[in-house]
Design a protein around this ligand. Structure first.
Ligand code: NAD
Length: 460
């Protein structure tokens, strides 16, 4: 295996140096080909994800393929502009000259995906890297075995391995990949494994982007529109049964409206299943028993005010609300990553903000309110990756907004131009003529020259 991986990387290096991937027409053709393949194989993709954790065609399209197609379309449309040289000022010291920045691909890149949105989390970084002109080795998560296999099948049967190849496998395979020198590693997954990736990359000084997780808070303020808040919160939380990196992890609500909000949240859950039904295809299963047991241990039955139905055989946990939760409770000590929504209430907004600030910087934060000063207070005082006001999750569907974490929730960002930047190097060039110049910098130095230099900079 080790030799196979080394050979694959070496082939990709060689292919990169043929310069074919630098042609814009080549890149566009590959993106169009990928789009066509995804259309062709859509039935196989839906069947695979259904087999892995019961995700329906509708939800797969809505939460995965829409984003993949949108990114492909974005790059096909904008790739000429993104990869063009950009002229910049040459500054007074270089007059006369031209200065420009050349976006260039990094080379051979490694993309490691997470399991929870197995298509978009693998394919979007991979296609972004291709759009920026790199070669790609993609390692999807091994947990959803069927989706990993279908991704490998689509890519490996249709793209040359020296350009774009999927390597399937778990920790052992990833460890082998990480021991090799890449020109870029893009990792999506947990903060714990993110540290392993960062350490391995440091050995080769490989640049990394780490898309990690964390506890994303929701603030519901006194003036919030309760019905809309409940509807958007419930959708964002229970999509993918809460197995979403930017899912609202817990709610901080003003105690004056806590009861009202709780009732509205229950009301908004009426279309969700209360027990496992093999025919219910719009509420997914928990990915595996390990995660099922971890989630089950976070539920304190006496605090459950809605749901709490556990069916281990079918890896089903019904949408669960917990009330009267305290920051010291077990459910508040780790990223939940499942269908459990704790509700905490505050007397003063400051106490809620302080509690969030004591933890790691979240990947996302949501604020439900129309009170501009209070919204700005939260935006100013809490550092987090990105978020939404009066909505949940939807910020990540706007590819004009860079998507990524900060601190323990990640390093770097992607989506749209941010993704292109992530997979590019910006080469800076000063282009001088050999004619006229102001000879400030050459010997002999003189007080007169020093005076002029200082004057140029406004220095006495
Ligand atoms: P994970 O870290 O367990 O796995 C991610 C990848 O790392 C997989 O491909 C896996 O094979 C590999 N891996 C696992 N253990 C490894 C090890 N010891 N050495 C080397 N490689 C290893 O994460 P997960 O369970 O797939 O995903 C859940 C986490 O990912 C959550 O914390 C979630 O918030 C986060 N996440 C973040 C984003 C984001 O965009 N920021 C998106 C999805 C998930």
């Amino acid at each position: 295996m080790n030799n196979d991986i080394q050979q694959l990387i070496s082939q990709q290096h060689q292919f990169f140096y043929t310069n074919q991937t630098k042609e814009i027409s080549f890149r566009i053709a590959q993106l169009k080909k990928l789009k066509q393949l995804l259309e062709e194989y859509q039935k196989a993709m839906y069947d695979a994800i259904q087999a892995d954790f019961g995700k329906s065609e509708f939800e797969t399209f809505l939460s995965e393929l829409v984003l993949v197609y949108d990114e492909i379309n974005y790059f096909i449309k904008h790739i000429h502009k993104l990869s063009r040289r950009k002229k910049v000022s040459s500054g007074i010291f270089n007059f006369p000259a031209r200065s420009y920045i050349i976006p260039e691909p990094l080379g051979t890149t490694l993309v490691i995906g997470a399991w929870n949105y197995p298509y978009q989390l693998s394919l979007i970084p991979a296609l972004t890297s291709l759009a920026a002109g790199n070669t790609v080795i993609l390692k999807p998560s091994e947990l959803p075995t069927h989706t990993s296999a279908v991704i490998a099948h689509i890519i490996n049967d249709n793209f040359p391995e020296e350009y774009f190849h999927v390597v399937e496998g778990g920790i052992e395979t990833t460890t082998q990949l990480l021991s090799e020198p890449f020109d870029k590693i893009f990792f999506t997954g947990s903060t714990t494994v993110g540290r392993i990736v960062y350490t391995a990359a440091a050995k080769h000084l490989t640049p990394v982007t780490l898309e990690l997780g964390g506890k994303s808070p929701v603030f519901v303020l006194k003036d919030a529109n309760i019905k809309k808040t409940a509807q958007r919160l419930i959708w964002g939380k229970f999509l993918n049964a809460g197995q979403t990196c930017v899912a609202p992890d817990y709610i901080w609500v003003d105690q004056a409206i806590e009861l009202q909000l709780t009732e509205a949240l229950k009301e908004a859950l009426q279309h969700y299943p209360s027990h496992y039904m093999s025919t219910c295809q719009n509420y997914v299963q928990i990915i595996n028993l390990k995660n099922f047991d971890r989630l089950a241990s976070l539920i304190e039955p006496e605090k459950v005010c809605y749901g709490g139905v556990l069916d281990r055989e079918n890896r089903f946990i019904s949408p669960t609300l917990m009330r009267g939760v305290l920051p010291t409770d077990k459910v508040m000590q780790e990223e939940i990553f499942g269908p459990i929504l704790p509700i905490l209430s505050f007397k003063t907004l400051n106490e809620a903000i302080e509690m969030v600030k004591q933890g790691d910087k979240p990947l996302a934060c949501y604020i439900y309110s129309e009170d501009k000063p209070l919204i700005n207070k939260i935006l100013t005082e809490i550092s987090f990756g990105g978020g939404a006001i009066n909505d949940s999750l939807m910020h990540l569907t706007n590819n004009h907004l860079p998507f990524g974490g900060v601190g323990n929730s990640g390093i770097g960002s992607y989506h749209g131009k941010a993704g292109f930047d992530t997979f590019s190097h910006y080469k800076s060039i000063l282009h001088k003529g050999i004619g006229f110049e102001i000879p400030f910098r050459y010997m002999p130095y003189s007080l007169e020259k020093l005076k002029w230099l200082k004057r140029l900079l406004g220095v006495k």
